[in-house]
Design a protein around this ligand. Structure first.
Ligand code: GDG
Length: 478
């Protein structure tokens, strides 16, 4: 693997911010190989160009979003158009011409900053939906390096894409990458369906798509967590995070407060469970839901809905010495989170749509294998594609979730252990270190700037070509 790795993400991890598995894994790759991490800094710094916020063991270069970029590129097109669109909530999409203009302009401005530090042989790894046009902008600046994208959220359905002001831009943006990494096989299928609907695309059996003068590889790389580190944290004795207020029996939920996570469905299902099944038991639902994107209307609405729902359910069921829903609308420290997962009897993940869902993997990694809790998992979270031995539920069906809660809280030990073993195998097989090295190996293996005929010959030699039309000699990678 030659050259440095340049990671580009919407936000750059800053000192003091809590580091999730992804940040740690990318940090390890960058430290090992040398490189640069580029991303927007949440608060300070000059408005023009990149500024260094660290250089050891790799360079961290930040840029600042202007007020208008923050409103139109970030809150606007990224979070009020692409986020709902990719999560099957086209009803929440807010189309404004200024959003799309700012999205493209911000990516153009970032591309010129990335191009200014890119050297021949460097590989560029772009993260997530904020930066879909980045490769296209880099190509127009003559950057020929290998560029990969990883999309952390679901790939949208073809019908939803047609809501965009210029739906065909999506395929063009993606085709300018050498590798498009997606969370699941279902996402890959939707991405290929989008290309299939476009007469400009031609297909190779190995998942590569020729689009205009570019060749892009599309493949799923299910993201994971740093399983060992998380397990060790959960096993390390610590002060009881509940103190004197430890519930006898509880179910844990941990989610950014987002309308995609199915929180109102979860609260209603817990209310239903209390009504129909809880006779003689007093379990709590401990819901940690730190706020995000609060200035976007849809987020304000769901915050109010949850306050109303938790108040109503607690009002109906609470006793002087028992509050059924403990709703914590604040972040809690990562070290405490591991312990809170470990002593829970069950975990509720009820996403209506979710790229992967790392909470499910963290809960499994934190369990004691000799007495594990049960994962109740939405069929619509990406993780459910592989974690089929969790208790799978339809998150739209409140009665189904209520029944699953009852089943989880009454599940015999042997059944819990068997299900946990199977889920743990999935967590280990998709560990974030494996994820990073698989992705980077695939990017390295991409042919890069070759002519179409070179690529055709290469694929034919591997016996992988089918339905490939040999076209006139064109150069790939411009
Ligand atoms: C996106 C995709 C995909 C949450 N509350 C607290 C806290 N968290 C941590 C969890 C977990 C992370 O945040 C949430 O990750 P998820 O994967 O569940 O969801 P998104 O934030 O929506 O992430 C998702 C992911 O990207 C990775 O590709 O899986 O589908 O939507 O790590 O533990 N951490 C702490 N305190 C909290 O209160 N410390």
């Amino acid at each position: 693997m030659a050259g440095r790795l340049i990671v580009v993400s919407n936000r750059i991890p800053t000192e003091g911010a809590s580091s999730g598995g992804l940040v740690v894994a990318l940090h390890d790759s960058l430290s090992e190989r040398g490189g640069i991490w580029i991303g927007a800094h949440p608060d300070d710094g000059p408005e023009d160009g990149l500024f260094e916020i660290g250089s050891e063991p790799y360079q961290r270069l930040a840029f600042r979003l202007s007020k208008s970029e923050y409103e139109n590129y970030y809150l606007g097109f990224s979070n009020s158009v692409l986020w709902p669109l990719c999560h099957r909530r086209s009803d929440l999409v807010q189309l404004k011409p200024v959003y799309m203009e700012s999205y493209e302009a911000t990516n153009r401005r970032l591309a010129s900053m990335v191009a200014s530090v890119t050297e021949p042989g460097d590989q560029i790894w772009v993260h997530d939906y904020h930066l879909l046009p980045l490769a296209s902008e880099l190509r127009s600046l003559g950057v020929n390096n290998k560029i990969g994208l990883f999309l952390h959220i679901p790939f949208p359905a073809l019908a939803d894409l047609s809501i965009l002001p210029d739906p065909s831009a999506f395929a063009h943006w993606l085709a300018c990458f050498d590798l498009v990494g997606l969370q699941t096989r279902a996402d890959t299928a939707r991405c290929l369906e989008m290309f299939r609907s476009d007469p400009r695309a031609e297909f190779f059996q190995d998942g590569s798509v020729k689009f205009g003068d570019r060749l892009v590889r599309i493949k799923s790389f299910p993201i994971g967590i740093a399983a060992d580190r998380f397990r060790t944290r959960a096993e390390t004795p610590q002060d009881d995070p509940f103190g004197a207020e430890r519930p006898q029996e509880y179910i844990i939920g941990v989610d950014r407060l987002d309308y995609t996570k199915g929180l109102p469905h979860r609260f209603r299902a817990f209310g239903e469970y209390l009504k129909r099944y809880a006779e003689g038991r007093r379990p709590c639902l401990v819901q940690i839901a730190p706020p995000t994107r609060e200035v976007v209307d849809a987020y304000r609405q769901i915050t109010e809905e949850l306050e109303e729902l938790s108040g109503r359910i607690n009002g109906q069921h609470a006793e002087l010495d028992w509050t059924p829903i403990r709703y914590i609308h604040r972040p809690i420290a990562r070290d405490r989170l591991a312990g809170v997962y470990r002593s829970a009897s069950a975990c509720l993940v009820t996403s209506l749509a979710d790229g992967m869902n790392l909470v499910a993997k963290e809960f499994i990694a934190a369990q004691d294998p000799d007495d594990p809790g049960v994962l109740i998992l939405s069929r619509f979270a990406g993780v459910a594609e592989d974690m089929t031995d969790a208790l799978l539920v339809n998150p739209y069906d409140v009665a189904d979730i209520a029944q699953a809660i009852d089943k989880a809280l009454n599940m015999p030990l042997e059944d819990r252990k068997t299900r946990h073993r199977s889920c743990r195998d999935v967590v280990e097989a998709t560990d974030v270190d494996i994820w990073t090295s698989n992705y980077l190996a695939a990017l390295d293996a991409c042919p890069g700037s070759l002519s179409v005929s070179d690529i055709f010959d290469r694929l034919q030699r591997r016996g992988a070509s089918e339905n490939v039309t040999r076209k006139k000699e064109t150069t790939i990678g411009r």
